[in-house]
Design a protein. Structure first.
Length: 254
């Protein structure tokens, strides 16, 4: 079969097909690798946040929601961050597949490598406290985050004796607290709250009981992010120091 070169040339001219410069392919490959690396870094930071949230689940309050710790765990899983991690995992896979040698590895191998690198870099970021710091910045800057964060939802259940928020000040022996839904509460206790080194701006969790529309009787206090992580000044872990199962009594995660 004879090939009519003239007709082929005419078709190329009509379609206005032009050769692609070699530099274009180089930049495209570089961009794909850059996207792979960027997605891996962000997914590792996401993993650090997930580790931070999972390690700071308050298992001692599980019986306030269910007799089964499995059901409580289902309530506290950070679904928002897991979905983000899945999205970044797909992004890494897609971009790697489109690199020059992306076809060489099986999907199972790529997934295992991704998980391994995520655990290594995510664990390192967690140890550097980046997970907590990033999550804290997001919770401050993004107003709707509290509606996505399972821990925020759990610690907003005053009918179950759980409250959380930021210390705004002190008034007549009471602590003024702004909760996660921006409602002001006045905290009181049978113990002397003045002895606790609370600072304005601290984010805390409270176990107790609601005594009025915006009044709460405190039985125990603990830092928002765990007994050994983020509480500045002279750290405390709860009011109820006599209770060995409380944060103050050593029951908190260390």
């Amino acid at each position: 079969m004879d090939i009519d070169a003239e007709k082929i040339w005419q078709k190329i001219k009509q379609a206005q097909i032009k050769p692609v410069a070699r530099e274009t392919f180089i930049w495209k490959r570089a961009l794909l690798w850059l996207l792979c690396v960027a997605s891996l870094i962000i997914s590792s930071l996401t993993t650090a946040i997930i580790i931070f949230l999972l390690r700071n689940i308050d298992w001692d309050i599980a019986n306030r929601f269910s007799s089964s710790k499995f059901l409580f765990a289902f309530l506290t899983v950070p679904y928002f961050w897991l979905v983000l991690l899945f999205i970044f995992a797909v992004t890494v896979y897609y971009n790697y597949r489109h690199t020059k040698y992306g076809y060489r590895l099986k999907i199972s191998v790529i997934i295992l490598i991704f998980l391994f690198l995520n655990l290594i870099f995510g664990g390192l970021a967690y140890e550097l406290d980046w997970g907590h710091k990033i999550e804290e910045v997001i919770s401050k800057k993004i107003s709707f985050y509290t509606h996505l964060d399972t821990q925020s939802q759990i610690w907003s259940r005053t009918e179950k004796g759980l409250l959380a928020g930021k210390v705004m000040g002190f008034e007549k022996g009471q602590v003024i607290l702004l909760d996660l839904q921006n409602k002001v509460w006045y905290l009181s206790s049978h113990s002397n709250l003045q002895l606790i080194n609370l600072q304005v701006g601290e984010k805390i969790k409270i176990i107790g009981s609601q005594t009025g529309d915006n009044e709460f009787l405190v039985q125990e206090m603990r830092p928002w992010c765990g007994c050994n992580r983020c509480f500045s000044g002279n750290a405390f872990c709860g009011l109820d120091t006599a209770n060995k199962n409380s944060c103050a009594g050593g029951g908190c995660e260390h």
